[in-house]
Design a protein. Structure first.
Length: 450
């Protein structure tokens, strides 16, 4: 009996230590079994308490009265599958007649408390079937991406969602995106994860970094073109617009619209072309869009209009030509001048890290998911990397990218430097990857002149 007591104490102590230091390990060893038992035992009473049951059918009531049997109890949604995951449980429910998916969504917070889970979200799989994802611990506190993710052409994992699933950046589904975030909000780490995910793919990376290239130029060996000033950015964007026109001419000549060609083989974008003729897709990363829109003189205003016009054209027409935009910035508002709201309307994907003002949050989500605006401005400063991600469908999620240092991103870009394509239109903007020149101290800081 003493040995059993000691063993039990050691197990409880080990479980407590794991739950404190390694919540993911605790969940896989102890938590998943306890949570599954808790859900199965409490399921009927919890659903009844949350108002997620329906009265028994009339024929069941009539049969009970005719046979002098007890009145049947109200029926909860039927459990079709209970699947454990590395972060929680996935419960697939079959709704009863008269129930709606919004009933489950409205009761998510009550289900979280009743089942003693960290978070509960739901989504409709198909008519009458709802998937409830329950997380057993805070997966965004210490982000650990799964070892294996679903990767395919132009789709890369960049972050982890609050329900434990992977957040992907799918350029085929959402061609252009806007990423906002204040200083020290984790926007740069999100951008590094994006570059790290794109580096192994057959894609050309084009960067515009008007902070003298301090963010993107360390990754230069994987970039086909880089611009570090608004003047160079204007020329680079004009080259991309010219490439877009050339790609459209290629698609037009290869459309194969004849009576003996099936409709499915008619080319409408680069992905319908034969692989040997398909142009290399291009992802354009703009690190700070406000630097491209600000001006102080008439000449700078003309350059600004030229840049914004090119960005709008690429956003409106670039998808079929395989040109995708990633617009990043600390601030994005109508005060940046004409054309900004037109550009925003073409940026389907929206990601907002911690913001300093509600106006920027409204520019990010006000037109697609108004309820995400409040969530974006409530992100605490100590949770760097936490963000709200949404799209034009109105849905949004809390996400957090794993911490990737600049050194890690540079090493990854250097490893895949041989995959950097040489595009003829972008040769003048190809970055040089030689050794950095030594910085010369100014005369004011020089000891000789002190």
């Amino acid at each position: 009996m003493t040995a059993f007591t000691v063993a039990l104490v050691l197990v409880v102590a080990a479980a407590g230590l794991l739950r404190w230091r390694r919540p993911a390990w605790y969940w896989l060893v102890f938590g998943v079994t306890l949570a599954a038992l808790r859900v199965l035992v409490r399921y009927r009473s919890v659903m009844d308490a949350c108002g997620l049951t329906v009265p028994p059918a009339r024929w069941r009531l009539s049969l009970a009265r005719a046979t002098n049997q007890p009145i049947p109890e109200p029926r909860p949604p039927r459990i079709r599958r209970l699947r454990p995951t590395r972060t929680g449980l996935v419960l697939r429910l079959k709704l009863r007649p008269g129930q709606d998916v919004f009933d489950i969504a409205a009761a998510s917070d009550r289900l979280r408390h009743s089942f003693s889970m960290f978070g509960v979200t739901s989504r409709e799989v198909r008519s009458g079937v709802v998937e409830v994802r329950m997380t057993g611990y805070d997966v965004l506190k210490r982000v650990q991406m799964p070892a294996e993710t679903e990767t395919r052409a132009m789709r890369v994992p960049v972050a982890l969602r609050e329900d434990g699933s992977v957040h992907y950046r799918d350029y085929r589904a959402i061609p252009h995106a806007l990423t906002l975030g204040a200083t020290e909000s984790g926007k740069s780490v999100y951008q590094r994860n994006l570059v790290a995910g794109l580096a192994p793919l057959d894609v050309a990376l084009v960067g515009i970094d008007c902070k003298q290239g301090v963010e993107l130029f360390p990754l230069a060996r994987r970039f086909s073109a880089l611009a570090d000033s608004p003047d160079t950015a204007a020329e680079l964007l004009d080259a991309l617009v010219a490439r877009m026109a050339d790609v459209y001419r290629l698609i037009r000549t290869q459309q194969r619209i004849t009576v003996d060609v099936p409709d499915a083989e008619i080319a409408a974008d680069i992905w319908d072309l034969p692989k040997e003729l398909r142009p290399t897709p291009v992802v354009v990363l703009v690190d700070e869009v406000a630097e491209l829109a600000l001006y102080a003189t008439k000449e700078e205003e003309r350059r600004r209009d030229r840049i914004i016009t090119a960005l709008v054209r690429l956003a409106q027409l670039g998808r079929a030509a395989g040109i995708y935009l990633e617009i990043c910035g600390q601030r994005f508002g109508s005060e940046l001048g004409k054309g900004i709201t037109m550009l925003r309307a073409q940026l389907t994907g929206r990601t907002a890290h911690r913001l300093n003002d509600e106006t920027s949050a409204n520019m990010a989500f006000g037109d697609i998911a108004p309820d995400a605006v409040l969530a974006a401005i409530q992100i605490p400063a100590e949770l760097r990397g936490l963000a709200i991600a949404g799209d034009a469908s109105g849905g949004w999620h809390r996400i957090r990218a794993p911490h990737t240092s600049l050194r890690q991103a540079v090493n990854l870009c250097n490893r895949y430097a041989d995959r950097t394509p040489d595009l003829p239109e972008l040769v003048p903007f190809r970055p040089t990857t030689g050794t950095a020149t030594e910085l010369v101290p100014s005369a004011k800081a020089s000891p000789a002149t002190a």
